[in-house]
Design a protein around this ligand. Sequence first.
Ligand code: PMP
Ligand code: GLU
Length: 410
Amino acid sequence: MPLDVLGTDMDKNRLSDVINSVQPSATIGMSQKARAMLAAGKDVIILSQGEPDFETPEHIKTAAVEALASGKTRYTAVDGVPELKQAIQQKFRRDNNLDYNLAEISVAPGGKAILFNAFIATLNPGDEVIIPAPCWVSYPEMVRLCGAKPVVIRTSADTGFKLTGKLLEQAITPKTKWLVLNSPSNPTGSVLSSDDLRALADILRRHQNVLVLTDDIYEHLTYGQANFATLVEVAPDLKDRVLTMNGMSKAYAMTGWRLGYAGGPKWLIAAMRKVMGQSTSNANSIAQYAAIAALNGDQKFLKDWRGVFQRRRDLVCEILNAIGLSCAVPDGAFYVFANCEKFMGKTTSQGTVLTSDVDFAMALLEESLVAIVPGSAFHAPGYFRLSYAESEPVLNSALARLQKFCEDCT
Ligand code: PMP
Ligand code: GLU
């Protein structure tokens, strides 16, 4: 079963070559398919979408209500109101030991918009963007949308799905424009330590033309001994060519508010502002004021949420490994990335022959009503991603269905 079963009906003849070269988002596609089944009355459990199940905390919602009541309903400065930029500046100082002035900070409608603005502002046809895989679905497609070439390099489970200096060095060519780093990683949950980042910085120092985008959106979700670090913190000399990206979606359970931000060199931030000035304009004004309250407010709940996620992670990993869907216990984010190769060639109780991870995910959805995302979507066939950003009872039900699905395969 090919992955484009997740696509939508489009009249390719009427579309641009660029859009025809791009895959639809499989994370969103799987979740939409699952939601449609739910709406049709099927009792589907959705573990395909990466979004916290927690509510946005009350003090953040209150700030939004106040912003609305006080008329903060107009266009704002294109890349963010000064008060929000100040809150971001303080966040970077407090959490990351980074010093960005306000002209080095950009706010956009979502982390996705930050990434897109940065790519569209810098990529020319033929430029290459190095993306370590397994990778989040949108990086390669965004690069394609900008007319450039994603260079996806596979990392392996044996090295904890981490990019090594050696792999990086091999991938760099004179055409390399960007390297994308995402730690904690979506989909593997792998976390780059300060030492890992230092090793990459050593290589990057030899390649002055390579820009680096660090996607730190899962920053607050690390477990056990793992500590979050970001590239500029460990290699301040690279600051003038790194875009340190982050956002409100995952840490503060604000996915629907659409607010992302970044710190980076002034020339790049100015170019991203130019993109926004001709495309989206500012991020939602009310969300900006809510984000100020989130960043300046009490951060204690982040620790409590982390504890909840860690318990769920342990529960899920234990059961998956017991079923024979092997997975390492990830150090961060809220995903488990498990291997389903053992089930290839087997037949489900409803007669589906499983020949790929896509077959596995689609059969699990259609026959056992659990939505996950096949590894192929993350450039890692043979795996699947399960999001544990759901309550323990829901996870237990999903795992029971998954276990039965696997046990019934012959
Ligand atoms: N980066 C990664 C790795 C993600 O998983 C997501 C989630 N969609 C994003 C960026 C973008 O998040 P948002 O646009 O909601 O800020
Ligand atoms: N980042 C989340 C995920 O991977 C949300 C959906 C998306 O934007 O891809 O599921």
